[in-house]
Design a protein around this ligand. Sequence first.
Ligand code: FBP
Length: 304
Amino acid sequence: MKVTQKVKKILANYESDNPGTKANLARILMTGKLAGTGKLVILPVDQGFEHGPARSFAPNPDAYDPHYHYQLAIDAGCNAYAAPLGPLEAGADSFAGAIPTILKMNSSNSLATNKDQAVTASIGDALRLGCSAIGFTIYPGAEDQFEMMEEIRELAEEAKSVGLAVVMWSYPRGGKLDKAGETALDVTAYAAHLAALLGAHIIKVKPPSAVLWQPEAKAAYEKAGLDISTLDKRIAHVMQSSFAGRRIVVFSGGEAKDEATLLTEIRALRDGGASGSIVGRNAFQRKREDAIALLGKIIDIYRS
Ligand code: FBP
């Protein structure tokens, strides 16, 4: 594997990491159709946990099979495939070494009454399955947010010590946050910044709206005269909040939507300097050939 200058430059931002972690970041950045460009598209499939099987897979019943997702990520030319323990185990032998994997180590479920996550796998599992990274969700704003932060502190320390990379899903929710607050620009930038502060190599947040939710933050944005009128400008601000672009930040695809809307959003992500996208439902809820075509278009946008 020849590591490009672009990727070397990104790896240089991770000044404290050991060669194992850098090699795993390089594997992710040097795989798939975006290999070497510094951009990445990841397929995440943990929605079975988060939303349940029918909401996740009934639109495309082939997707009930965990092998389906490994193959989709490979054939579409994704950089990596992220999933909880069970589905990674279910294809571990058939797909060993075929695509970098990210072990999603905690999950919630929609039957829960509180906004919290259970740790559902170990660093040993990640190593046994040959994963490149662990994935972990924090819910900034939730009653249990500090517990989640303490859990990832411990897991990240262990992951980094054995050469794994750390991907953090930072999803504000719970507590005082309402729906508008969850994706507000100030809250999203705060969530990305918190993940960077917690030592994430790769940060994952939702594309932010133009809402400024916290009055104190709103005043600071207004005083600074920050232009937040378009999505690309808001993405640039989230990148700035992630150590001035020194951290890889990918944005989620969200609920299944029409292709034109999604691609317009992806172009704004690219124009704002996003590192890439992590697209689940918009991929696997479509028929396989449509999903591959759509992921191909997303990849082309990042390549251009
Ligand atoms: P999607 O592209 O399907 O939105 O997947 C990204 C993701 O972060 C998943 O990893 C996760 O299961 C899901 O979003 C959570 O979505 P929500 O916050 O809407 O419950």
